[in-house]
Design a protein. Sequence first.
Length: 176
Amino acid sequence: MARLTREQFIQRLSGIKLLALDVDGVLTDDSLYFGSDGFELKRFNISDGFFMALSMRAGLELAVVSGRHSAATDARMQDLGVKHVLQGKKNKVMQIQPLLEELDLEFSDIAFVGNEILDIGLARRVGLSIAVADSARELIDVVDYVTEKNGGCGAVREVLEAYFAAIGRSPLDLIP
């Protein structure tokens, strides 16, 4: 599959109305930490979160779409103000469908960032599919664009920096 250049990627981002993000391996480094009591911790990238907050201020809808439920994800998304937190379903196409109906959007209005073979179904449906650099080869083979950065290491910020370039806005203008 022919990949988009960075310039083409930026151009395609200009028409996106919703950015959907996988969690484990995209917003995190694909690691889970469990205590002896089963308490789960995840490592989220602070710069990714900062740019998520800025992009929402710019009017971009954000959603997280995860195949597994995690209280840590709930807490982090609440902290960032992400309204659309979809967790616990392996079929991400079916998982996001009600949100599209609620927001009156089509799959073509979505950019989706994933990292694993579980993400292939949604990646094939959306208007712009993105894999983080350390994604499964099977996903990389079907997406439009691959980030330079790994999941949990600034890949989401990288995508959102391109989004700001696409809409002709500086993130500096959105800092309170």
